[in-house]
Design a binder for this molecule. Structure first.
Ligand code: AMP
Length: 400
């Protein structure tokens, strides 16, 4: 298992706990428009508060260029107060210095304080040691609950872990444990499904997965490039012809690593990229010159579902067709249904995330039916690419 500490390993009562959270929520007319991200960090906040800690929240909002009132966290503090009506939630208009210190000094056990947007200081993103020290001066312990920002080596995501005792929050812990079970110490066979538009944006991910998984199913627009690289005429499909060589190299690498590659064996091709565009199912030899592949065919769906039956662990990133356009969502919805059924039956551990995957799972009404769905976006993708996440490495005591 991992070597990071969790809330179970630290004593927090009457301690000032600096908690890095992801509160990068959409605001509309100065009010929180979607509180999903707030809800995700509530378990950590309430646990610390209930244990008698003084909870000091650190977060960013957007990409301010210096101080920018439109990106103030004040509305988010109001929203947290509304959700946690029985707690005292305060806000400090600065994240360092006297204003922040006064707000910290006023905290009673169980209180929650949200400090202003850490990105109002450019030093945050520079991981500036003096800025980190100013943040650190406000607390006794650092808890990182922002996996989604863990690929960034910033003061509040990485620097603090090096200067204060640290632990993972509950959301970070859940994310790390799920990812570890999916790829680091998985039950085999592991099957990964990778879809999405382009191979060029997922090269690192494909290289990493062929070395880690037993079956790699490649769908969506990027499958067209692989098919083209194998001599299939893909008509006017989205296809990165100049990446054909790379696609062949990935196929060779997979063979050398004993990773079975699955590509569609039949496809749905339509007149154009539009909902209900006239379409038919074709085998790979007969895609018409004037049509574009927008989904996988029934035979491919059946073959991939059979492969899923053999897996113990499934990792999914990217829709396997133009899922926004009916009826070209069929492959994506069918795979989602199969993964949900196998997960429900206790036959597989399923982890999904990254980019449009969440939107596809929402469409399939499956978001809460997999073992774990990561909402961490870029951090999840970097993890799938096999990259070391700075914030996670720091939590694990890697002083690298
Ligand atoms: P990504 O952001 O890389 O995960 O790509 C997601 C996008 O890929 C979605 O907007 C899909 O509509 C698109 N996509 C999936 N399959 C195809 C396809 N066969 N042709 C064109 N676009 C596709």
């Amino acid at each position: 298992m991992s070597t990071f500490k969790t809330l179970d390993d630290i004593t927090v009562s009457n301690k000032k706990i600096l908690v890095r959270v992801d509160l990068n929520v959409p605001l509309k007319n100065g009010v929180v428009a979607d509180s999903t991200r707030i809800e995700k960090v509530l378990p950590t906040i309430t646990e610390l508060s209930d244990k008698g800690a003084k909870v000091i929240l650190l977060a960013h909002l957007g990409r301010p260029n210096g101080k920018d009132e439109s990106l103030s966290l004040k509305p988010i503090a109001d929203s947290i107060q509304k959700i946690l009506a029985d707690k005292r939630v305060t806000f400090a208009a600065d994240c360092i210095g006297e204003t922040a210190q006064h707000a910290v000094d006023a905290l009673q056990q169980g209180d929650i304080l949200l400090l202003e947007n850490v990105r109002f200081y450019p030093q945050e993103e520079k991981n500036d040691p003096a800025f980190t020290a100013q943040l650190a001066a406000l607390g006794d312990i650092y808890v990182n609950d922002a996996f989604s920002a863990a690929h960034r080596a910033h003061s509040s995501t990485e620097g603090l872990a090096k200067v204060l005792p640290c632990a993972a929050g509950r959301l970070m812990q859940a994310e790390l444990e799920a990812l570890e079970h999916a790829l680091t110490t998985p039950e085999r066979p592991v099957m990964a499904i990778v879809g999405g538009a382009k191979i060029s944006t997922k090269l690192d991910l494909l290289h990493n997965l062929v070395s880690k998984v037993d079956i790699l199913a490649i769908g969506g627009g990027m499958a067209n490039t692989f098919l083209y690289a194998q001599g299939v005429n893909v008509g006017k499909s989205l296809c990165e012809k100049d990446a054909a060589e790379t696609a062949r190299a990935i196929l060779q690498e997979a063979a050398a690593q004993n990773c079975t590659i699955l590509l569609p064996t039949d496809v749905v091709a339509a007149d154009g990229f539009a909902a209900n565009s006239p379409s038919e199912v074709y085998d790979l030899q007969s895609v018409p010159e004037g049509r574009m592949i927008l989904d996988m065919g029934d035979a491919s769906i059946a073959a991939w579902c059979n492969a899923l039956e053999t897996a113990k662990t499934v990792v999914w990133n990217g829709p396997v067709g133009a899922f926004e356009l009916e009826p070209f969502d069929k492959g994506t919805l069918a795979l989602a249904a199969k993964i949900v059924a196998l997960t429900k039956a206790g036959k597989i551990l399923s982890v999904a995330g990254g980019g449009d995957t969440i939107a596809a799972l929402v469409k399939a009404q499956s978001l809460d039916k997999l073992s774990y769905v990561s909402t961490a976006g870029g951090a999840f993708l970097e993890w799938l690419e096999g990259k070391k996440l700075a914030g996670v490495a720091a939590l694990m005591g890697d002083r690298g």
